[in-house]
Write a protein that binds this ligand. Structure first.
Ligand SMILES: [Zn+2]
Length: 429
């Protein structure tokens, strides 16, 4: 049993002086302290469902700043060159830091697009719920399935109810329609990147633009965007989770909606890469399942999920020039139930409802500008931060606690891997 000044179940009204009872890893009761008793009490705090970081790349947790400010081609070249310098053990070390940063930010589930699969090992070690989508690339479906099989072999020993495997045909400019078809036939969760940048559309529609110099890595363009290409092949469906969807034409939005494709909104990544702002209001109005993701630290400065939520609200309000475009309560729903729906996990997680997995986070707002309380959702979304996360529980188990002592080792190990990425000798231990 945990209790706090507020419990925000997301499905159901906020509960002042609320408590959550946990039994066998599931939520057994949600109510007031008067009804349930105080259990472990967190004063000045709010209990919310664990956040769902619906699109990230934990394996890039120390890639911060690589290629910043460059256009796609040189940015990609830097990543390819540096990534080749490290091995799987170092990738796991980096992904462990990324998983720990997510837990510290109140995240209890990640939708992780994995180049190697190291993030599956990291999530299993740290107890972070995950769908790890193993990335495949290229034009040849047999080769893509070979990549998938090889990565699946590496992650298989750590797969469980907590850490599951999916597949990620990377993007329409790096995977052929046949590769998408082969991935969808596997019958596992599928994640991809759609319409992230104008560069992507310039290549796919006209074979032009900044992607031209890296044409060796790309699929030959056929004049269509990925969404049109896959729709034409009958491949769009509710089993696809699409990150970004920034440069979306009205007919493409309609195709996504009519085929129930889920979208993950990553506003900091889209802004920092100079890609634009996704049409969140239109996506929501069309009834699409929408979650929020930080994307990788290859394109954003951190896994801080609170920073992402503030960007979600800032982007929505700036784009519409309306202060009521998105409320903290709506942002909190996108962060939890929205992400759970996008990943197809809403029966299990995403809200504090009896019977769901006990994935929750406790955020301490004492000494913040949002106390005494007025709007607890606003306090969490605007006043929260990784430094205010008091505890993160997955399946009712505490997986992060403020003041834990394992951070130094995680950070030092990941910093050594970053030295290797930069082509330098790691510092002596
Ligand atoms: Zn991504």
């Amino acid at each position: 049993m945990l209790s706090a000044d507020w419990v925000l179940p997301v499905e159901g009204a906020p509960i002042e002086d609320g408590a959550v009872a946990i039994e066998d890893g599931r939520i057994a009761a949600v109510g007031t302290v008067t009804e349930l008793g105080p259990g472990e009490r967190f004063p000045g705090a709010v209990i919310v469902p664990g956040f769902v970081n619906a699109h990230t790349h934990l394996e890039y947790a120390v890639y911060a700043g690589f290629g910043d400010g460059q256009s796609f081609a040189p940015w990609l070249a830097i990543h390819i060159e540096r990534k080749a310098r490290i091995d799987r053990a170092e990738m796991e070390t980096i992904a462990r830091l990324g998983a720990a940063e997510c837990l510290a930010s109140g995240v209890t589930t990640v939708g992780d697009a994995a180049f190697a699969g190291a993030s599956a090992h990291a999530c299993a070690t740290l107890g972070l719920r995950a769908i790890v989508y193993l990335e495949v690339f290229g034009a040849d479906p047999a080769e893509a399935l070979r990549q998938y099989d090889e990565k699946l072999e590496y992650v298989r020993p750590v797969l469980s109810g907590l850490v599951r495997a999916g597949v990620s045909p990377h993007a329409p400019y790096s995977c052929s329609t046949e590769v998408y078809a082969a991935c969808l036939e596997l019958g596992v969760p599928v994640m991809t990147h759609f319409n992230e940048s104008q560069d992507e559309l310039d290549w796919l529609e006209r074979g032009e633009g900044p992607m031209r110099p890296v044409a060796d890595f790309l699929i030959d363009p056929d004049g269509q965007t990925g969404i049109h290409r896959l729709a034409g092949a009958g491949l769009l469906g509710s089993d696809i989770v699409a990150a970004h969807c920034v440069k979306l034409a009205a007919d493409e939005l309609e195709l996504l909606a009519s085929h129930d494709v889920a979208v993950v909104h990553c506003p900091r990544s889209n802004a920092l890469l100079g890609c634009g702002l996704a049409p969140l209001a239109e996506l929501r109005a069309a009834g699409l399942r929408v979650g929020v993701g930080t994307d990788g630290v290859s394109s954003v400065p951190s896994h801080d999920y609170f920073e992402e939520l503030r960007a979600v609200i800032a982007a929505a309000r700036a784009r519409s020039e309306r202060a009521d475009a998105l409320s903290p309560t709506e942002a909190l729903e996108l962060a939890t139930l929205g992400g759970a729906r996008a990943l197809g996990m809403a029966d299990e997680i995403g809200s504090l409802v009896v019977g769901k997995r006990a994935d929750l986070t406790v955020i301490g707002l004492a000494d913040s500008a949002y106390l005494p309380w007025e709007d607890p959702a606003a306090a969490v979304v605007f006043g929260g931060g990784s430094h205010r996360t008091l505890a993160t529980l997955v399946d009712g188990e505490t997986r992060y606690e403020k003041g834990g002592d394992e951070w130094h080792e995680l950070i030092a190990a990941a910093a050594r891997a970053r030295s290797r990425l930069l082509g330098r000798e790691p510092p002596l231990e």
